[in-house]
Design a protein around this ligand. Sequence first.
Ligand SMILES: O=C(CO)[C@H](O)[C@H](O)COP(=O)(O)O
Length: 227
Amino acid sequence: MNDQENAKKYAGEASVNFIENGMKIGLGSGSTVYWMIRKLGEYVQKGLDITGIPSSHQTEAWAKQFSIPLTDFTQTQKLDIAIDGADEVDRQWNLIKGGGGALVREKVIAAAADRFIVIVDESKMVTNLGTFPLPVEILPFGWEVTSSRIASLSGKPVIRTNPDHDIVVSDNGNFIVDCDFGAIYDPKTLNHQLKQLTGVVDTGLFIQMADDVIVGYPDRTEIQSDR
Ligand SMILES: O=C(CO)[C@H](O)[C@H](O)COP(=O)(O)O
């Protein structure tokens, strides 16, 4: 395993220490979350009684693989904790998410949780957001119009495609545009401007939602609990 993967494993596994018996847990998406789910599965095997709501089809498949009991929002509207990765984390703990395309469900889950824990390897910690292009989920209908309106906010949107050049469809049946805004100095305002555009479902900007950030290094973790 390379250094970055080790760091993801450290961060993912450390987050499981925050989980207590009886909790309802939001399960994020991505390769760091994989390590959290795998470790959580071990705890469940040993008798930990929890239920999870997955934020993507991939996460649901992993949760089933590791025998984690699942529920959904028809059963509960409140989660004790949500644990998720991120593509970038700035100094105020604003996030860019959505590299894996699950940003909308991830945001619904984070918003429903009493505590939102972010798990990242050290490479994700940045001074300003924006090196990673911002994912924005948009409706397929008229996506060209929505995309050009995002461009008028200086976002340079690129429709997300797979290696066969087909447009990627999110778990919600929508499209994603990856937008290069340069350095994002005011993520709150940008998020607001984007969300006002008809056709935009949501953005990968998570503004001051994180309660804790667990940063993984190749040989250790650092838990940051004060913004
Ligand atoms: O937002 C996400 C998926 O939509 C992921 O959490 C984000 O892309 C980080 O993924 P990884 O842990 O694989 O680096």
